[in-house]
Design a protein around this ligand. Structure first.
Ligand SMILES: Cc1ncc(COP(=O)(O)O)c(C=O)c1O
Length: 391
C-alpha cells in the first residue's frame, strides 16, 4: 500500500457527527472506542487532496466562487471513465449534499397529493425527504434471497402504476443492504418508471465503492430513459469529503433541471468544495483503488470472523458501499434490547437496523471504512460480549 489506511485518528472533540453521537449515547465510553455508524470513513484524506488544497489556499482570492470549466471537466471525465456515462456540462446541478437535493427534488418534482416510491429497507433520509415534504410514501419491500436481497418486480410494477405515484427514489448501490444492482435490474427499474410516467431519482452516491468482481451500472448509461431520470453523484463517500458538502446532480431533462433551486446559482457549492471535488476526481483515483482493497479486506475479515466465532449472525453479501448489513435475530432481542446490548455491553456503535424501516428490526449496519485494527477490536468486543451474556 502506498497510502495510509492504518493510522487510527482520535476524532473526539473535532465536531465529528459520528463521534459526538457516540459520546452523547454513552458519555462514559472507554477511551479509544471508535464508532462504526454514520457513513464517513476513519481514514486520513488522500495526500494529493491535502497538498492541492494547501496550494490553492495559498494563492487564491476567497471571493464568491462558481463552477469553472476545469471543475466540470473533472466530473465529466470521471463519469465517462468510471461509469461509461456521457454527461453534458449543462446537465450538472451542484447541491450542498445529496440529501438536500433529494428534499429539493421531492418538493420541486411532485405535488402535495402525489406519492413517492422506494425500495425498503433503505437509507432513512429517503423516508424523511418524502414524509417531511408532505408526500405519500409507497414502499416496495425488497425480498431476501439467500445472503442478498432482490427487487420484487411484480410488486414494483404494480405500485409504479398507481396514479398517485409520480416519483421513485432508487438507491444504487443500495444502502443499507450493500446490494449492487445488475445492468438488467437497473434497466428494468428505468423502464418501469418511464412506462408509468414516474420520474426516477437514482441516488448513486455509493457507485464508486464497488467490490472487486462486481459491476455497477449507472442509470445514466441507458440513453432512452435519460429524460426521465436524475442521477445523484458526489465525491463525498468515495473520497471521504462529506464535510465539504459537495454533490453533483445530473439532470438531462431541462424542464426538471429548471425546477431545481441550484440551477439559479443558489444552494451551490462553496469556494473550497469546488476545488476539493476537482482535485479528487483528477488526482486521487489510485488512492480509491487502494481504498477498495482495504474495504474488501475488511469485508472478508467480517465474514470469516462471523463464520468462526458467531456463525448464527447472518452476514449479507456486501457487493458495494462500505456498509455491512448483519442480521442479529439469533440473539432473540427486541430492537431496544439489541441497541442496549451493542452500546452498553459490547461498546459497539453501529446503525440500528430499524432506522432503515420495519424490515430492518433486529439488524445492524456496520461501517467497515476503518483501519483493520479498529475493525478487529470491534469484532473482538462483540464476540466477548456475546459470550459474557451467554447468548
Ligand atoms: C444513499 C445515500 N444517499 C445520500 C447520503 C448522504 O449524502 P450527503 O451527505 O451528500 O447529503 C448517504 C450517506 O450515507 C447515502 O448513503
Amino acid at each position: 500500500m502506498s497510502y495510509d489506511f492504518t493510522t487510527i485518528v482520535d476524532r473526539t472533540g473535532t465536531g465529528s457527527e459520528k463521534w459526538n453521537a457516540m459520546k452523547k449515547l454513552c458519555p462514559d465510553v472507554p477511551a479509544g472506542t471508535v464508532p462504526f455508524s454514520v457513513a464517513d470513513m476513519e481514514f486520513l484524506p488522500p495526500p494529493q487532496l491535502v497538498k492541492g488544497l494547501q496550494d490553492y489556499l495559498g494563492k487564491a482570492v476567497y471571493g464568491y466562487t462558481c463552477a469553472t470549466d476545469s471543475y466540470y471537466d473533472a466530473i465529466i471525465r470521471w463519469m465517462e471513465r468510471r461509469h461509461a456515462f456521457t454527461v453534458q456540462k449543462e446537465w450538472i446541478v451542484q447541491t450542498a449534499g445529496v440529501v438536500p437535493a433529494l428534499n429539493q427534488m421531492v418538493e420541486a418534482f411532485t405535488e402535495p397529493e402525489d406519492s413517492v416510491l422506494i425500495l425498503t429497507p433503505v437509507y432513512h433520509p429517503f423516508y424523511s425527504a418524502i414524509v417531511g415534504n408532505g408526500r405519500g410514501l409507497v414502499e416496495s419491500p425488497l425480498v431476501i434471497n439467500g445472503d442478498t436481497y432482490d427487487i420484487d418486480f411484480a410488486d414494483l410494477e404494480q405500485k409504479a402504476s398507481r396514479p398517485e405515484v409520480k416519483l421513485m427514489i432508487f438507491c444504487s448501490p443500495h444502502n443499507p443492504i450493500g446490494r449492487v444492482w445488475s445492468a438488467e435490474e437497473t434497466e428494468r427499474v428505468c423502464r418501469i418508471c418511464m412506462e408509468n410516467k414516474v420520474f426516477l431519482i437514482a441516488d448513486e452516491i455509493h457507485s464508486d465503492l464497488i467490490m472487486p468482481g462486481v459491476l455497477h451500472t449507472s442509470a445514466g448509461v441507458f440513453k432512452e430513459y435519460l429524460s426521465n431520470c436524475a442521477i445523484c453523484t458526489a465525491p463525498s463517500k468515495t473520497f471521504n469529503l462529506a464535510g465539504f458538502q459537495a454533490s453533483n446532480i445530473i439532470i438531462p431533462n431541462e424542464e426538471y433541471r429548471r425546477k431545481m433551486p441550484g440551477s439559479g446559482g443558489y444552494f451551490s457549492l462553496n469556494f473550497l468544495s469546488y476545488k476539493a471535488c476537482e482535485i479528487v476526481y483528477n488526482q486521487c483515483e489510485d488512492w480509491l483503488e487502494e481504498l477498495l482493497e482495504v474495504i474488501d479486506g475488511n469485508r472478508k475479515a467480517v465474514e470469516e470472523f462471523m463464520k468462526e466465532q458467531l456463525p448464527s449472525v447472518k452476514v449479507y453479501r456486501m457487493q458495494g458501499t462500505y456498509l455491512q448489513w448483519l442480521d442479529f435475530g439469533c440473539l432473540g432481542l427486541d430492537t431496544k434490547e439489541l441497541e442496549a446490548f451493542m452500546t452498553r455491553k459490547a461498546h459497539l456503535f453501529l446503525d440500528e437496523g430499524y432506522l432503515f424501516g420495519e424490515a430492518g428490526a433486529g439488524y445492524e449496519r456496520w461501517n467497515l471504512a476503518c483501519p483493520r485494527e479498529t475493525l478487529q477490536e470491534g469484532l473482538n468486543r462483540l464476540a466477548a460480549a456475546v459470550r459474557a451474556e451467554g447468548f
